[in-house]
Design a protein around this ligand. Structure first.
Ligand SMILES: Cc1ncc(COP(=O)(O)O)c(C=O)c1O
Length: 362
């Protein structure tokens, strides 16, 4: 069965050597390797400061804290995402206010964001779902008009671009996940890309109990709530090696995605996702809207290819369903949504066969 997602690790002979070095170096906690990984990640993104962390969820939590989100506030978000996006909002005590999606793209609708803004709105989380960039331009305009901070959850969208610039360039906070099945894995891990240097320095305190690592314990004086969210040297070492291969890996996702864009056009029972102007997805998954989804996934499984919805719409979780949700576009979209594999593990022959199978119908 061709899987929907797959873990990518660097060649064994290269990674094992580096891992052995770090494991027996006597320093496996947060140290030099973490520093190197952060500076290399900054270079890869092209702007801002990288706060490496032990998960993307930690990155979401810190972003929300740095955006000033507190108990009693509201955060506008999308229900079409993995649960961590919205569970992180609940960690702050804030309520989730659901915005609808844009039926054409699956991403949060700028119009619906604007309709949902009220006096309690403290932040907006936007998700580049499945690797497809959000409507960056409109969301930037809304952020400026209402003076509300935007956090971009780019856990699915490392290397995706708007106006030629990668995710991480467009909003004050961008969240990345290095969990097992993402474009870049450090086994587990994450990063918060922060544009403002002062907030980055504050972020460093939050990730480490509120302690300043530049001072001794005796010199330290904790003044804010911190957590144990740091990345360690072992995960960072994997990240450093992974960065050597990331452009090539993402290019394979993009090539496969563009192949599907071209060859799955004009097929009965299929609607393709549209992309916003000047955006380039990094195609973590390939999302389709299909008639008779059960028939489609069965046909794909019969042909040895996994296809799935993958994510439950988050507003259906009792704990997350804070506010009345009238989400007609999500209702329509989610009834038809299915993901098919699109990643580096698909050969040219695999993708060709997938297209032929789909063209035969289901
Ligand atoms: C959209 C999205 N946001 C956030 C996360 C959280 O990342 P992590 O698993 O690294 O905490 C994930 C991954 O599961 C995700 O898919």
């Amino acid at each position: 069965m061709i899987p929907l997602v797959k873990t990518s690790l660097p060649p064994k002979e290269i990674l094992i050597h580096k891992l052995e070095e770090v494991l027996y170096s006597g320093y496996i906690a947060q140290g030099e390797a973490v520093e190197i990984f952060e500076r290399k990640f900054e270079e890869y993104i092209g702007i801002g400061h990288t706060l490496s962390l032990n998960s993307g969820t930690a990155a979401l939590h810190i972003a929300l804290i740095l955006a000033g989100v507190k108990d009693g506030d509201e955060v506008i978000s999308t229900a079409l995402t993995a649960e961590p996006t919205n569970v992180a909002i609940k960690m702050t005590g804030a309520k989730i206010r659901w915005a609808d999606i844009d039926y054409n793209t699956g991403n949060i609708s700028p119009d619906s964001i604007e309709e949902n803004i009220n006096a309690k709105t403290k932040a907006i989380i936007v998700v580049d779902y499945a690797g497809i960039p959000v409507d960056v331009k409109r969301i930037q305009e809304i952020s400026e008009k209402y003076n509300i901070t935007v956090i971009e959850d780019a856990a699915h969208a490392l290397g995706a671009k708007f106006n030629g610039k990668k995710t991480g360039n467009h909003f004050p906070f961008t969240v990345f996940s290095f969990q097992a099945i993402k474009h870049l894995t450090t086994i587990d891990g994450g990063a918060l890309q922060i544009l403002d240097k002062k907030l980055y320095e504050k972020g460093k305190l939050i990730r480490w109990f509120g302690l300043d690592k530049k001072l001794t314990r005796m010199e330290n004086n904790i003044q804010l709530q911190g957590y144990k969210y740091h990345m360690n040297n072992v995960n960072a070492t994997i990240g450093i090696v992974q960065l050597e291969y990331i452009e090539g890996l993402i290019n394979k996702h993009v090539e496969n995605g563009k192949y599907f864009d071209k060859h799955l056009k004009n097929i009965d029972g299929i609607e393709l996702i549209q992309y916003y102007p000047n955006t380039e997805p990094s195609y973590w998954l390939y999302t389709l809207k299909v008639e008779n989804r059960d028939g489609f996934t069965k046909m794909m499984a019969d042909n040895g290819v996994m296809a799935s919805e993958l994510h439950k719409r988050n507003d259906l979780h009792t704990f997350l369903n804070d506010t009345q949700a009238y989400l007609p576009n999500l209702d329509k979209f989610h009834a038809k949504m299915v993901h098919i594999p699109c990643g580096w593990w698909l050969s040219n022959q695999d993708r060709q066969i997938i297209v032929e199978d789909i063209k035969k119908g289901w």
